[in-house]
Design a protein around this ligand. Structure first.
Ligand SMILES: O=C(CO)COP(=O)(O)O
Length: 225
C-alpha cells in the first residue's frame, strides 16, 4: 500500500525545462506515474507555477523556498502564507542553492508550521542534519553539494552520508523523515537510498532535464520499496 507522504520529490529549480509548458509536461508525467504506481510524487515548481500546478494536478506541491518573514510592511519577500494561498502543501527550506543561517532556518520552520506548511529542510552534511532535526521539520533532505547536478548518485558515491544522517536525525527527532538527494536518476538509486534508511528522495536534473520524464519517473517509482 502506498505510504502517505511523497517518496519522490522533484525540484524543478529554475531550469528552462522546468517552467511554463515544459514544466507542465513534467507535472503531467509525475501525475500519470503516481496514478499508475501508487508512489506519491511531490513537485517543487517555481513560484509562478505554484497556483496553476496546485489547481491542475493532484500532486503535492511544494515551494522551493520561503523567506523567514511574517506578513506586513516588507517588499519582495516570499511569504509562507502566500505559498499556502497559492496551493502549496509545503516548502523546501535552506536548499543548497538558497542557503539560510541557522537562525533563519529556525524562524522559517516556525513560521511554516504556524500556517500548516510541511517543512523540508535541506542539509549538506551529517552535523547540519542533526542541527536541523532540532527544529522537528517533517523532512530533512541530505544533499552533498558536490554531487548536486553531477549525475553521480549520492547513493553510490556517498552512502555513509545517508546512513549517518538517518541515524543522527532519528536520534534528535524520531518523527522527521529523511530524503536523500544529489545525482539521483534511477530506481536503483532510490532502492539503495531506502536500503540505507532514507524514506525517499529529492531530485532535480535526472527528471527535469530528461528527454522522457515519464520513462525516468516510471523507473524511479519502480525503485521505491
Ligand atoms: O538539488 C537537488 C534537488 O533539490 C538535487 O539536484 P540533482 O538531482 O540535479 O542532483
Amino acid at each position: 500500500m502506498a505510504k502517505r507522504f511523497p517518496e519522490i520529490i522533484i525540484n524543478f529549480k529554475i531550469y528552462t525545462e522546468g517552467f511554463g509548458k515544459a514544466g507542465h509536461r513534467i507535472a503531467e508525467a509525475a501525475e500519470t506515474v503516481m496514478n499508475e504506481t501508487g508512489v506519491i510524487i511531490g513537485i517543487a515548481p517555481g513560484y509562478m507555477d505554484l497556483h496553476p500546478m496546485s489547481m491542475h494536478y493532484s500532486l503535492p506541491v511544494y515551494a522551493q523556498h520561503i523567506d523567514p518573514v511574517k506578513p506586513g510592511a516588507g517588499t519582495g519577500h516570499i511569504l509562507a502564507d502566500a505559498v499556502v494561498s497559492a496551493g502549496a502543501c509545503g516548502t523546501l527550506i535552506n536548499h543548497s542553492e538558497k542557503r539560510l543561517t541557522l537562525a533563519d532556518i529556525s524562524l522559517a520552520v516556525e513560521i511554516a508550521k504556524s500556517v500548516h506548511l510541511e517543512t523540508i529542510v535541506c542539509t549538506n552534511d551529517v552535523f547540519t542534519s542533526a542541527a536541523a532535526a532540532a527544529f522537528s521539520p517533517e523532512f530533512i533532505a541530505i544533499e552533498p553539494p558536490e554531487l548536486i547536478g553531477s549525475g553521480v548518485s549520492v547513493s553510490s558515491a556517498d552512502p555513509g552520508i545517508i546512513e549517518n544522517s538517518v541515524r543522527a536525525v532519528k536520534n534528535v527527532s524520531g518523527s522527521t523523515k529523511v530524503l536523500a538527494g544529489a545525482g539521483i536518476h534511477s530506481g536503483n538509486c532510490i532502492k539503495t537510498a531506502m536500503d540505507l534508511g532514507a524514506d525517499g528522495v529529492l531530485l532535480a536534473s535526472g527528471v527535469v532535464k530528461a528527454k522522457d520524464p515519464y520513462a525516468v519517473l516510471t523507473d524511479l517509482a519502480g525503485g521505491v520499496i
